[in-house]
Design a protein around this ligand. Structure first.
Ligand code: NAD
Length: 278
């Protein structure tokens, strides 16, 4: 397998461009799925307190025999813990569950502009504390729109290292991605396969046939060539191995453009401008 590129974040830390997401993996299945991923060569795991499987992610990493420093671990703040003291307690809980004294990346999971009096700035300042203490090697946000990012730029010191947002062929997010690029915030594409929804699209299946790859590999390769960070989820060992096999072929620019043209601004998840996290 060709090696996975690192992306350098705005603070000089590096993140493997390709990882493994564990949203909707039951705790009882998580150790096995993450172990399969680590055996297949994944070195970046994306979890969250709200996924309820941080402890199992930590257990799989511990069991793998890999050094802690060889696996990039991201977690995220629960929507119920945006008040600074709650955020501090939640972060302690995340470190304890993962069985580690630092995470590589810690994110505000949702901006929740209709909750907490719209104040995600105080929450961000609390993440800045974790960053300064070295307990979060990098800090970032998730599901932030340009208007939310502008507020952080105007009122706080640390520029988010990443913004993790929904991106797939039916929601290409070109404006948001350009805004992030302009502000040195790396984009992480969540639900990179649109939760599987775009894999039967005739444009994608035709390219897959032409290049002799699966539709999932074609979509993941499209993300990689756009420069986004991705972490598809699967509990099926063959798919976990299939998904990471995207570093030994390339899409022609015209093929990549055909996939980008599938955009319909269609979300599979909540709208960040209105979502209250409940
Ligand atoms: P995804 O786009 O990775 O799709 C996963 C689904 O696609 C699987 O359940 C399976 O049905 C299908 N699939 C996976 N591999 C396949 C293959 N090779 N062939 C055919 N079908 C395949 O969706 P996701 O899990 O929602 O997103 C990935 C990760 O993004 C999550 O696990 C999580 O880490 C992150 N995420 C973050 C947020 C956020 O708000 N920050 C929200 C959703 C997801």
């Amino acid at each position: 397998m060709a090696s996975i590129p690192d992306i350098t974040l705005n603070n000089g830390q590096t993140i493997p461009q390709f990882g493994f997401g564990v949203f909707q993996i039951e705790p009882k299945d998580t150790v096995s799925a993450v172990s399969t991923a680590l055996e297949a060569g994944y070195r970046h795991i994306d979890t969250a307190e709200m996924y309820g499987n941080e402890a199992e992610v930590g257990e799989a990493i511990a069991r793998s025999g890999l050094d802690r420093g060889d696996v990039f671990v991201t977690s995220k703040l629960s929507n119920d813990a945006h008040e600074p003291d709650d955020a501090r307690r939640a972060f302690e809980g995340t470190l304890k569950a993962l069985g580690t004294d630092y995470v590589d990346l810690f994110l505000i999971h949702w901006p929740l502009p209709a909750r907490y009096g719209g104040d995600f700035v105080a929450t961000w300042r609390t993440l800045e504390e974790f960053y300064r203490e070295g307990r979060a090697r990098s800090v970032g946000v998730s599901n932030f729109q340009p208007r939310h990012l502008r507020r952080l730029h105007g009122e706080t010191e640390v520029i988010p290292a990443v913004n993790q947002v929904e991106v797939h062929p039916y929601l290409t997010q070109d404006e948001l991605r350009a805004f992030c690029a302009q502000h040195q915030t790396a984009v992480e594409a969540w639900s990179p396969l649109g939760q599987g929804n775009c894999l039967q699209d005739p444009v994608i299946t035709a390219i897959a046939e032409r290049v002799g790859r699966t539709p999932a590999q074609v979509v993941l390769r499209w993300h990689v060539q756009r420069g986004d960070i991705v972490f598809p989820k699967s509990v099926t060992p063959d798919r976990i191995r299939e998904n990471i096999g995207v570093f030994d072929f390339e899409l022609e620019p015209a093929e990549a453009d055909d996939i980008t043209a599938l955009n319909r601004d269609e979300r599979t998840g909540p709208d960040p401008d209105t979502f209250t996290g409940r």
